[in-house]
Design a protein around this ligand. Structure first.
Ligand code: DHK
Length: 265
């Protein structure tokens, strides 16, 4: 039995155990091992790597607020994660090296590639915001970052992103408006001051909340304004399928993994 888990805080809401355990049991004969995937409420990001080894894991996902800790505690980071500075997937290699990946980026992009958006506003500046910002920029979409505080904005500014503090932002039209903050996950808050958010959403083609399984105040406001809206469910499946592909060393085609995961969520 190989052990896997998702680290985060909070973590009780996570659907990753449900979807990964379903595909581990669906594909156990093809991948050649039994996998079990749990969840772990981590208190201190500095202890992420040591906890991974203490639990004798073969792989893990990492969510809010530890994706940047996962990046710095990886032995090597492959793919877009090395440019983003945020990791959501670890795979143990040669029984001791932790290889980091970011499957959020491509996972998110797979959910919006049919819409041909030209501009995007990302609210928030944490690890999930980084993944979305970098993939959208790499795909040629004009990205603007909006955050309540200056912290975390520095790395976006150094990498050439247009950034604003929300209390000085002059609202303008964006095709896609993304909530990449935890607002609504553990509270009933909006990610921005309500009047500002209303003005921004009124000109949007889509309101996208990276949070999944909850009708957050952000999504409720978008629906009240009759703006097309999406929660993070499809992104969760897409990033999980890419992570499982890594956990099973590409023994199962991505489309088969994705199709199976959609049966359970
Ligand atoms: C959420 C994310 O944002 C992903 O990056 C993780 C986790 C999974 C969750 O289980 O909620 O891979």
């Amino acid at each position: 039995m190989r052990q896997f888990c998702v680290f985060g805080n909070p973590i009780a809401h996570s659907k990753s155990p449900l979807i990964h355990n379903f595909v581990f049991s669906s594909f156990s004969s093809q991948i050649g091992f039994e996998g079990f995937y749990g969840q772990y409420l981590l208190e201190d990001g500095e202890k992420l790597r040591q906890t991974f080894y203490q639990l004798e894991l073969s792989g893990a996902n990492i969510t809010v607020p530890f994706k940047e800790y996962a990046y710095t505690q990886s032995d090597e980071v492959k793919g877009i994660g090395s440019r983003i500075g945020s990791v959501n997937t670890w795979v143990l290699e040669d029984n001791h090296r932790l290889i980091g990946y970011n499957t959020d980026a491509e996972g998110f992009y797979q959910t919006i590639l049919d819409y041909n958006f030209q501009t995007a506003l990302i609210i928030g500046a944490g690890g999930s915001a980084k993944a979305v910002a970098y993939i959208l920029k790499e795909k040629g979409i004009k990205v603007c970052i909006l955050n309540r505080s200056k912290n975390h904005l520095e790395s976006f500014i150094q990498n050439g992103f247009e950034c604003y503090l929300s209390d000085v932002f002059m609202p303008r039209a964006f095709d896609l408006v993304i909530n990449a903050t935890p607002a609504g996950l553990k509270d009933t808050g909006l990610p921005l001051q309500e009047m500002l958010l209303r003005q921004i959403l009124l000109d949007a083609k889509m309101a996208y909340d990276l949070i999944y399984g909850i009708s957050t105040p952000f999504l409720k406001l978008a629906k009240e304004l009759n703006i097309l809206s999406r929660d993070g469910k499809d992104m969760l499946i897409e990033q999980a399928a890419l992570a499982f592909e890594l956990f099973c060393k590409h023994k199962i085609p991505l489309e088969s993994i994705r199709k199976q995961m959609k049966l359970i969520l």
